[in-house]
Write a protein of this length. Structure first.
Length: 258
């Protein structure tokens, strides 16, 4: 598989990014930029062509581009982030996806939706109920994706759904069951053989599917990476420690568009 990797470089104010469930730590903007460049290079090496959204140095959380849009086929659902200070991030993302020829629609008030709360697995679309995504936002997404099975999932103590769970290439979910409403995941009804695999580290729950058996993970989850290698996956790891200080993970730094 190959396609477009939508990304946005971190700006000089990234250290001011929001934190919700963790204590704030100092963030080094220069190191974050180097790590971001290595992350983008890893995507490119896997066959994904990077497309950079216009930088936004005045918006500290802007490199977490996933939160601004949900792409399903050729439809780009522009979100309405739950944190008001993040809503200006969406305009440049809209320009980028329209430039790629996608049809763009918007989540509107009073709905809120962060892309990090949306996990697509086959025809199922899991959406986390979080401090950033409300029931109205979930209902609007369901209306915009009538051919998909949109399923709300309650969360406990994490920023986004994909902070707690993602999917492996065969449809198996990997995540922390203590952070999720397992009944809402309805594992037995997934389109592909599935279950819930518990990672060895918290950040091991964060997996980007690169195509085939290739996945991208954070270097902070070496034991989970080894576990996935033993399961036959081709694992690439990248150091994103500066972004992890802001509750970021490998999934939220890009939007992959096949």
């Amino acid at each position: 598989m190959s396609g477009i990797a939508l990304v946005r470089k971190p700006g000089s104010r990234i250290a001011e990014g929001l934190v919700t469930h963790i204590e704030r730590e100092p963030v080094d903007p220069e190191r974050a930029l180097v790590q971001h460049e290595a992350y983008v290079a890893a995507l490119a090496a896997a066959g994904w062509t990077p497309v950079h959204v216009e930088p936004a140095d005045d918006l500290p959380d802007a490199p977490f581009v996933e939160d601004a849009v949900v792409v399903c086929g050729r439809l780009a659902v522009l979100t309405r982030p739950g944190a008001p200070e993040r809503r200006p991030e969406v305009a440049a993302v809209e320009e980028a996806v329209r430039g790629l020829g996608l049809r763009a629609v918007r989540v509107t008030r009073p709905g809120t939706l962060d892309g990090g709360d949306v996990l697509q697995v086959g025809r199922a679309v899991y959406v986390g109920r979080s401090s950033r995504t409300n029931d109205e936002g979930i209902a609007q997404l369901a209306a915009l994706l009538p051919e998909r099975q949109v399923r709300p999932v309650d969360l406990d103590g994490v920023l986004h759904l994909k902070s707690a769970v993602t999917a492996l290439p065969d449809g198996t979910l990997i995540g922390d069951p203590a952070r999720l409403d397992l009944a809402a995941l309805d594992l037995a009804r997934l389109d592909r053989p599935a279950g819930l695999l518990e990672p060895e580290e918290e950040s091991g729950a964060h997996v980007v599917l690169l195509g085939g058996d290739r996945v991208l993970m954070a270097a902070s989850a070496p034991r989970t990476a080894d576990l996935l290698v033993r399961r036959g996956l081709d694992v690439t790891t990248v150091d994103i420690s500066e972004f992890e200080k802001l509750e970021g993970c490998v999934t939220c730094l890009s939007v992959l568009i096949p």
